[in-house]
Structure formats: structure tokens, C-alpha cells
Design a protein around this ligand. Structure first.
Ligand code: S3P
Length: 462
């Protein structure tokens, strides 16, 4: 793909006078854009792909997936499954998995989850229900992330999970079958919900998970698509949702068509919405309502986004069209506030929303987002520092930030903090800014959206 304005530089770091081949820095240069114009189809949804692979591994017989995520995170899930004796074959973006029922084989080495918190937290649920001991590890970022949130329920189910003060590596001594439990989620986390539900499939009896704030529901949808017996109900006082599965569960493999990833699309949608006269079409995009809050927030700020939608493989899918205007509300004096359940629904899009806030009259305030500090990087600090480097007026809170708008951003040296969503959010900021920006460590976009820069370059007009 033509990539004329985005350049990548790799330099070997020089340590004590000699090149250290293992330390490679990369930069992406990005210049201002006039508009976005074009039509794209995006790689498969990362959250759906992880779940499809994990549930298929536990099924009897084969499953086939089309448009499986190209993300490095999902490759980590597939390689962990292979190391557990699951046969995985891949031709392009078509993936085939031969399920092993509950009979995984003990891995001969630690399972490397790379940068992927989803892989570690969700796979731990399956490993807790095995007769062997396994070790889950990952890169430096993942090894700093909190795992107590899954250790606690899995130990209550009878597994033993050893960690480094609640952080990876995790050594999981499984138990077969696990004990069924009733568990109230202490944090709003789809990964933890999924971990306990997957463990529940390997338990004896009914496992219940209670959730107060709605999180993405792909596990529930995928389980239903695989005919896994899952019940969903509301508590009598409507204070929470109750999910229950009965184990040990037996079910068959299935075919799944995986829609494009909305969280990847969000970067393109924001750029198109903010650059006047843009026309962007995205085909066959996942539009699950637990994922599209970013689109609703942009619409409430005046962005013109239309969709036509249908159901496929128990997920909402559609074609989306953005028309870029300069019609974001002109005369609003107070900031647009994002907090509570809206923050949870937008969790992966918050750095990008902060970038959008620089273009919104009155700006944007984000609260209740403390979880952002324990993602692939501290996304609050990363966002605040990069926005300030571009000339934005930003205040940092423990649980969020406030950004003033509208402001003309200027090009700057930006840091990805090795975090894919920070790299992509600030690529969008760089398109809106005057002059040229450089993003340090841009390769990390591969974690969720390989081909991001090429895709963007194919639709950017300068
Ligand atoms: C995910 C859930 C979210 C999200 C992550 C993917 C998932 O994490 O941030 O990128 O696929 O379940 P939490 O469960 O920690 O909120």
C-alpha cells in the first residue's frame, strides 16, 4: 500500500559504544491532513476473536472463523492454545481450531501472553479447571498489570494461583472439576467476567457471576452461538445482572464470521468526523451496543454518523458512514462530561476521546476512569503528557482528566508509551495538528491493528 507521508525510522540503541540489536526504536512521522476520503473494511474484532478461539478450544470438533483478528494479541491467544495441545491452522484471516473438549495437554514451557491482558485473564479461567499446573507470563507491560482480580475467584473455585504480589507470572495449579461459585464482580471488567464464566464451564454445577455495571457482552453472545447453556437474568431489585453457566459443559464447534473491530474503527471515525468534508465508509463493522458508546458520544457532540445494521453470528454488524463537518456545537460553554457507566462503555476509546475534546467547544471532562492507569500503559498520564506537548490545556485527575477546547494543536514529539491505543489516538491528533509530529514507538499498533498506518494513509488527503 502507498505510504508516502508516513515514514518509519528504526535505530539501534547504542549502549556503551556498541549497538544493542535487541533495543530498537521506531518513529512515525505524521503531517497534517485536509480530509479523510475512502472506503475500508477492517481486521476482525480482537475481543470477539479471543473469545471465539477460547470457546472453540473447549468445544468438541472443529470451528472455523473468517476475518479472525490480525492483532498480535490474538496471535498470542492462538499460540498459547497450540502449546496446550489444541490444533490451530490459519490461512490468511481464516482460522480453524480443533476443539479438545476439556482435555488440554500440560504445556512444556510457560505460556507467553505477550502484551495481552485479555489472553492472560481469560485463559486463566480455562487453565484453572485443568488437572495440570501451568505458568502464564507476558511482556514487561503485562507483567506489571494487576491479576488479583482473577486470582481471587479462581482460588475460591479450588484452583491454586501463585503470583508476584498479584502480578504475573501466574502459576496456576488447576483442579478438575472446579467448585461452582456465586461471584459478585468487584470491578467492572469483561475480562474478569469471562474468566469466571469460562472456569464455570469446567466446574461442577452452576456458577453465577453478578455484574453491576454493564461491560462488553461478547462472551455471552459467543457462548450462546456455540449453544453453551448460559442464563442471563436481572436481580429482583434490578441492581445487577446475573450470568450463570452449568458445568461441566459439552458443546460442538461452530463457524463464526467475525466483524471489523469497532475500537480500531474509532480512530478513523474520529479523524473523519473532525476533518471537514470527509467521507468515510466502513463495511461490515461490529456495532455491538456494548462497544459503540464512542459513536454515540461523537453524535451527541454533533458528528454525522449513519449506520445500516443487521445481525450475524449473534452479533450486531453494519456498514457505517461518517460525513465530516465543522458542526461540532459551536456555542457550548460548559464541558461535555463523561463519567460512570459511560466511562466504562468507552474504556478503550478514552485517550482518543480526550484528543477529540481538544476540538470541542467547552472541552471534555473524563471521570471514573481510574482503570486507565493500569492498562497497557498509564493511559491518563500518557494522554495528558502528549496533549500538553501539542499545546492543549489539560488538567490531570487521579481518575481522569479535563481538556479544554477548541484549540489548534501543533505538531510535537509524542510518545506511544509502547501502548497501541496511545499511538493511534495521537496519530489522529497529529492529523489535526499544524506542522509535523513524530510518534516514538509506533510499532506497537500491531497489538490491535496491524496495517493501521497504511490503512489511514490510503484514505487521508493532504
Ligand atoms: C476487554 C475488556 C476491557 C478492555 C480490553 C478488552 C475484553 O478490559 O479494556 O481492551 O475483550 O474483554 P477490562 O476487562 O480490564 O475492562
Amino acid at each position: 500500500m502507498h505510504c508516502s507521508k508516513l515514514h518509519q525510522y528504526r535505530l539501534s540503541a547504542v549502549c556503551g559504544g556498541r549497538a544493542a540489536a535487541e533495543v530498537v526504536f521506531d518513529w512515525m512521522k505524521i503531517t497534517a491532513a485536509k480530509r479523510i476520503n475512502g472506503s475500508v473494511r477492517l481486521p476482525g474484532d480482537k475481543s470477539i476473536s479471543h473469545r471465539a478461539a477460547l470457546i472453540a478450544a473447549l468445544a468438541n470438533g472443529s470451528s472455523r472463523f473468517s476475518n479472525f483478528a490480525t492483532s498480535r494479541d490474538c496471535a498470542s491467544t492462538l499460540s498459547c492454545l497450540q502449546n496446550l495441545g489444541v490444533s490451530v491452522s490459519r490461512e490468511g484471516n481464516d482460522v480453524r481450531i480443533e476443539g479438545v473438549g476439556s482435555g488440554f495437554s500440560a504445556p512444556s514451557a510457560p505460556l507467553d501472553c505477550g502484551n495481552s491482558g485479555s489472553t492472560m485473564r481469560m485463559l486463566a479461567g480455562l487453565l484453572a479447571g485443568q488437572e495440570f499446573t501451568s505458568i502464564l507470563t507476558g511482556d514487561e507491560s503485562l507483567r506489571s498489570r494487576p491479576m488479583k482480580r482473577i486470582v481471587e475467584p479462581l482460588e475460591r473455585m479450588g484452583a491454586r494461583v501463585f503470583s508476584e504480589n498479584g502480578r504475573p507470572p501466574l502459576r496456576i495449579k488447576g483442579r478438575k472439576p472446579l467448585e461452582a461459585i456465586s461471584y459478585q464482580l468487584p470491578v467492572a471488567s469483561a475480562q474478569v467476567k469471562t474468566c469466571v464464566l469460562l472456569a464455570g464451564l469446567c466446574a461442577d454445577g452452576r456458577t453465577e457471576v453478578m455484574e453491576q455495571s454493564l461491560t462488553r457482552d461478547h462472551t455471552e453472545r459467543m457462548m450462546k452461538w456455540f449453544d453453551v447453556p448460559l442464563d442471563i437474568s436481572q436481580a429482583d431489585d434490578a441492581s445487577h445482572t446475573i450470568y450463570s453457566v452449568v458445568g461441566p459443559a459439552h458443546f460442538e464447534g461452530r463457524e463464526v464470521r467475525i466483524p471489523g473491530d469497532f475500537s480500531s474503527a474509532a480512530f478513523l471515525i474520529a479523524a473523519a468526523a473532525l476533518l471537514p468534508d470527509s467521507e468515510l465508509h466502513i463495511e461490515q463493522l461490529g456495532l455491538n451496543r456494548t462497544r459503540t458508546q464512542f459513536m454515540e458520544t461523537l453524535r451527541s457532540l454533533g458528528a454525522q454518523i449513519e449506520t445500516d445494521e443487521w445481525e450475524d453470528c449473534n452479533e450486531r454488524v453494519g456498514n457505517l458512514r461518517v460525513h465530516g463537518t465543522d458542526a461540532l456545537p459551536k456555542h457550548q460553554s460548559s464541558a461535555h462530561v463523561v463519567d460512570g457507566g459511560v466511562t466504562i462503555a468507552l474504556i478503550d476509546e478514552l485517550p482518543l476521546l480526550a484528543v477529540v475534546g481538544t476540538q470541542v467547544p467547552g472541552g471534555i471532562v473524563i471521570r471514573d476512569a481510574g482503570e486507565l492507569r493500569i492498562k497497557e500503559s498509564d493511559r491518563i498520564t500518557a494522554t495528558v503528557r502528549n496533549l500538553r506537548a501539542m499545546g492543549a490545556d489539560v488538567e490531570e485527575y487521579d481518575d481522569g482528566l479535563a481538556v479544554a477546547g477548541p484549540v489548534q494543536l501543533h505538531g510535537a514529539e509524542l510518545d506511544s508509551y509502547a501502548d497501541h491505543r496511545i499511538a493511534m489516538a495521537f496519530t489522529v491528533a497529529a492529523l489535526l495538528a499544524s506542522g509535523e509530529s513524530e510518534i516514538l514507538g509506533s510499532n506497537c499498533v500491531e497489538v490491535s491493528f496491524p496495517g493501521f498506518f497504511e490503512c489511514l494513509e490510503s484514505i487521508v488527503e493532504r
